[in-house]
Design a protein around this ligand. Structure first.
Ligand code: BGP
Length: 458
C-alpha cells in the first residue's frame, strides 16, 4: 500500500514510555517516581509499574521485533529516577545510564533512530517529597542538571530529543504532578499552573543548552494536541472550541516555538484568580530558549459545545462541555475515530508554525484483546493506522513537514490510565492485570500490516 505525500527517507517508527514498558521498578538503583506511587494506589485492582511487560530485561528481544517490523525510529523515554534516583543527587546512577547506553547502541546497530523523551510522567518522587516537585522553582535546576547529564552521555548519539511529554495533561490531571487531590480546586490549579510555568522555563533553558552544544540536533516538547471541533456551526460553539484548543494545546506550542506566553492563556488564568510567581529575567529565558521541532501526540478529535448561559468571565473549562458525535466510532474509553481530524490538526500546526519539523510521537487505537491460537485480529487498529497514515500523507502533500510517525504503542504496555486491559500495541504481550504468565510476545495482525506499509513506502 503506497500513500500520497510521504517521502522515501521518512522515519517510520513506534512509541513507548519507560514507566509503562520497563518494569524493574527498583532494579540497579532506580528510585521511585510519581508514576510508580500513583500506580501503587491501584495495585489491588490493576497492574502497577513494578513489572509491566518487563522491557527492562526483554529489551533485546523487543528490538529484534522492531527490526523485523522494519522500524526506522523508536520513540521511548528515559526514566528520570533511573538516572537520578531521588532527583537531587549530584552524580547520576551509572547503572541506570548503562541500561540506556545498551538500548541506544542496540537500536543504532539495527539502524533504528532513537527519538528520546526525557520526562514522560515520571518525575522522581524524592523531588515531590522534598519541595513539591514542579510546583517549586527548585525543580528547574534539577531538570536542567538531568538534561545536561543526558547530553553528556548521549548527546553525540541522539538527533531527536523530546523534553516533556504532554505537559497539558499533567496540568489537568495534576495528581500526576504529586498535587494533593484533597485541595480545593482553585488551589490545585494555582499549583498546577505554577508547575506549568516552571516546566516552560526549565525546557527553555534545556533547548538553549542543546542548540548551543549540538547545533544539528532537534529538540522540542511532546505536545498533547487535542484537535477541537465545534459541535455546531454556531459561532459561540466555534469560539469556545477555538478557545479551548488555543488554551490547552497551542499555548504549549507557542511558548516552545515563539518563546512567548499567549495573552489568551494569561486571560484565562486571571479568570481563576491564579497568580503565577515570576522573576525578572524569565521573559528573556523563554525568548532565548526555543524548540526547533515539535512532538505531536494525536489520538482523536474532541467535540465541544458552549455551555448555555455561561459568561465570558468564567474559566474556559466552565464555558464548554465535550459531546459525543453519534456518527463516529468510539473506543470503550470514549476516544473517537476521526482520521480527517488528524489532517486538519496537522494543517493547523502548519498555519501556526510554518514548516517546523513534526514528529508524530503518539497516535493509536485501544482495545481489550485476546489471543486466539497465537493470533490477534486487531482489524480496527489496522483501519485506524491506514486511515491516519493516509490523512497524514495528505497533510504532508499540503505542505506539512512531518518527518516521523510513531504510533502508540510498539508493544502492549501498562496504560497510563487503565491498567493492562486497554491495549494499544502492534505486538501482543501475554499477560493480564494479575497474571504475569511468560510475558511472551506475539505479532498482531496490525504488526504485519504496518510492516508492509513500511516496506512499500521506502
Ligand atoms: C498519552 C500518554 C501515553 C499513553 C497514551 C494513552 O497521554 O502520553 O503515556 O498512555 O496517552 O493513554 P492511556 O494509556 O491512558 O489510554
Amino acid at each position: 500500500m503506497k500513500y500520497i505525500g510521504i517521502p522515501k527517507n521518512f522515519l517510520w517508527g513506534a512509541s513507548t514510555s519507560a514507566f509503562q514498558v520497563e518494569g524493574g521498578y527498583k532494579e540497579n538503583g532506580k528510585g521511585l517516581s510519581i508514576a510508580d506511587i500513583r500506580s501503587f494506589r491501584n495495585s489491588e485492582t490493576r497492574l502497577d509499574t513494578k513489572e509491566t511487560v518487563d522491557g527492562y530485561h526483554l529489551w533485546k528481544k523487543d528490538i529484534s521485533l522492531m527490526k523485523d517490523l522494519g522500524m526506522k525510529s523508536y520513540r521511548f523515554s528515559i526514566s528520570w529516577p533511573r538516572v537520578f534516583p531521588n532527583g537531587d543527587e549530584e552524580k547520576p546512577n551509572k547503572e541506570g545510564l548503562q541500561y540506556y547506553h545498551n538500548l541506544i547502541n542496540e537500536l543504532k546497530r539495527n539502524n533504528i533512530e532513537p527519538i528520546v523523551t526525557m520526562y514522560h510522567f515520571d518525575q522522581p518522587y524524592g523531588l515531590i517529597k522534598k519541595y513539591g516537585g514542579w510546583v517549586s522553582r527548585e525543580s528547574i535546576n534539577d531538570f536542567v542538571k538531568y538534561a545536561k547529564c543526558l547530553f553528556d552521555e548521549f548527546g553525540n548519539d541522539i538527533k531527536y530529543w523530546l523534553t516533556i511529554n504532554e505537559q497539558a495533561v499533567l496540568v489537568v490531571a495534576n495528581d500526576m504532578l504529586g498535587i494533593s487531590q484533597d485541595l480545593p480546586i482553585k488551589e490545585k490549579f494555582q499549583k498546577a499552573f505554577q508547575a506549568n510555568y516552571n516546566m516552560w522555563l526549565a525546557q527553555a533553558i534545556v533547548y538553549k543548552i542543546c542548540r548551543e552544544r549540538f547545533p544539528d540536533t532537534k529538540i522540542g516538547p511532546a505536545i498533547s494536541y487535542i484537535t477541537t471541533l465545534p459541535a455546531s456551526k454556531k459561532s459561540i460553539d466555534m469560539m469556545e472550541a477555538k478557545n479551548f484548543e488555543d488554551f490547552y494545546s497551542f499555548s504549549q506550542m507557542d511558548v516552545a516555538i515563539h518563546g512567548e506566553i499567549p495573552k489568551q492563556f494569561t486571560n484565562e488564568l486571571d479568570k481563576l484568580g491564579i497568580d503565577i510567581k515570576t522573576e525578572l529575567n524569565d521573559k528573556e529565558i523563554l525568548q532565548k530558549g526555543r524548540a526547533n521541532i515539535l512532538g505531536v501526540n494525536w489520538y482523536c478529535t474532541t467535540i465541544v459545545e458552549a455551555v448555555k448561559d455561561s459568561k465570558q468571565s468564567d474559566f474556559i473549562f466552565k464555558r464548554m462541555k465535550r459531546v459525543q458525535d453519534k456518527n463516529l466510532l468510539y473506543t470503550e474509553w470514549g476516544w473517537n475515530f476521526d482520521p480527517v481530524g488528524f489532517r486538519y490538526g496537522l494543517r493547523q500546526v502548519m498555519d501556526h508554525y510554518g514548516n517546523i519539523p513534526i514528529i508524530v510521537s503518539e497516535c493509536g487505537w485501544s482495545e481489550k484483546e485476546k489471543l486466539e491460537n497465537g493470533k490477534v485480529h486487531d482489524l480496527q487498529r489496522i483501519k485506524y493506522l491506514n486511515d491516519h497514515i493516509e490523512q497524514m500523507g495528505l497533510a504532508m502533500n499540503d505542505g506539512v513537514n512531518v518527518i516521523s510517525f510513531n504510533p502508540w504503542s510498539f508493544i502492549d504496555i501498562l496504560s497510563a490510565g487503565d491498567g493492562m486491559e486497554k491495549r494499544y500495541g502492534l505486538v501482543f504481550v501475554d499477560r493480564n492485570n494479575f497474571e504475569k504468565k511468560q510475558l511472551k510476545r506475539y505479532k498482531k495482525d496490525s504488526f504485519f500490516f504496518y510492516k508492509n506499509v513500511i516496506k512499500d513506502n521506502n
